[in-house]
Design a protein around this ligand. Sequence first.
Ligand code: F0G
Length: 464
Amino acid sequence: MFTSSTIIEPFRVKVVEPLPRPTREDRCRQLAAARLNLFSIPAEAVTIDLMTDSGTSAMSQEQWASMMRGDESYAGARSYYRFRDVVRDLTGMHHVIPVHQGRAAEKILFTLVGGPGKVVPANTHFDTTRANVEHSGAEALDLVIAEGLQPQAEHPFKGNVDVPLLDSLLAEQKQRVPLVVVTITNNSGGGQPVSLENLKQVRACCDKHGVPLFLDCARFAENAWFIRQREAGQAGRDPADIAHEIFRLADGAWMSAKKDGFGNIGGFLAVKDDELAAGCRNMLILTEGFPTYGGLAGRDLEALATGLGEVLEVDYLCYRIASTEYVWRRLDEAGVPLLRPAGGHAVYLDARAFLPGIPPGQLPGQSISIALYLESAVRACEIGTVMFGRTLANGEQEPGPMDLVRLAIPRRVYTQSHMDYVVEAVCYVYAERARLGGLRIIDEPEALRHFTCGFEPLGWDPLR
Ligand code: F0G
């Protein structure tokens, strides 16, 4: 009997979109006009776009078909009830509040529970989460395990929370902590998963101190797959079953459904507590829309309701995690310094090990991202000092916890040959790394500076 060890894409292509092929000259021009910030480069000038896996998925025929069934009624649309029931079934949480994307949920939640004097611990806050916590006046505290901050360390669940640290924080100042956040998977920490065991320990710790537990669950399905793959006693378990168990450990969750919802837009906030839900709905009406659409069209709610089911299919998750790991393994075999092990949605280059001569304050991750775009029209994203550091009063940079370059892989979009091209491009930049130098930021806004700041090279020509 024929059996194959090749993990194939569990879909075939029905609609194609041409890839832009800008010349090196075009790329040079674009980089100069963008002041070396890749967020300012038009997508038309990018061949393989690995800037994010957010909102960039290919939708399935079932999702497109669902969109035709979208009910665009202002209040009480059929599409809302369908979406609500899917999210209720997934999370076990009664109150389901649609939002236009993850950060809208963060804004609503932390406006209500944050504020000066409060502390919000997490494994690692994503940039928008941290920004929304801080914008409310509260402090955002990262309590990931020590291995989670060491790119080269091997650990199957590098997204785990340091429970003893959380316990001592709550023992000393639980009155300041409105809730504990666990991000699954831990995006800013390398797309690394959190184990079921760790989630249970965090739950027990929260119970001990009477503090609610919330999940930032943008990539919950990928996290469930890693639990099935790596955690003792979980092999072969249905990912949906694992996801159900994860959500039932929490009091609330928010999701940017632009990731594991296969949506181009959308998200939700789900909570158990009636009073908190009422407060969130009032804020929602103020900023997003009526509680049965929350800033989304009925067709978006339909696409998400369908996507949230598809993302838990075994064939899909097997292909998804294997294809990320394929890129990781090829780069690792070529000796490129990587955050270990492979993440779920992305491969992260370890910029400090890639460019050991460039100190974190001179933004090595940004230099690599610029070179990768210039040489290959592959767009990656710095997740390091640009994103998480800050400019001190003396003009120097306080480094972020790690300096990474994220190659985020959109879902169901690129093929293996696209990824082979990316691997070749990264290997080329690595071979030529002696040509790269440091950078400085020339202007920046107050919050989330990485989206709009400009850069200047420190004594070298990045466009050469
Ligand atoms: N939480 C996590 C873990 C995320 O990764 C993101 C977004 C958000 C919250 C915010 O959601 O974008 O829908 O408002 N991450 C994207 C990324 C932007 O590129 O990783 P959003």
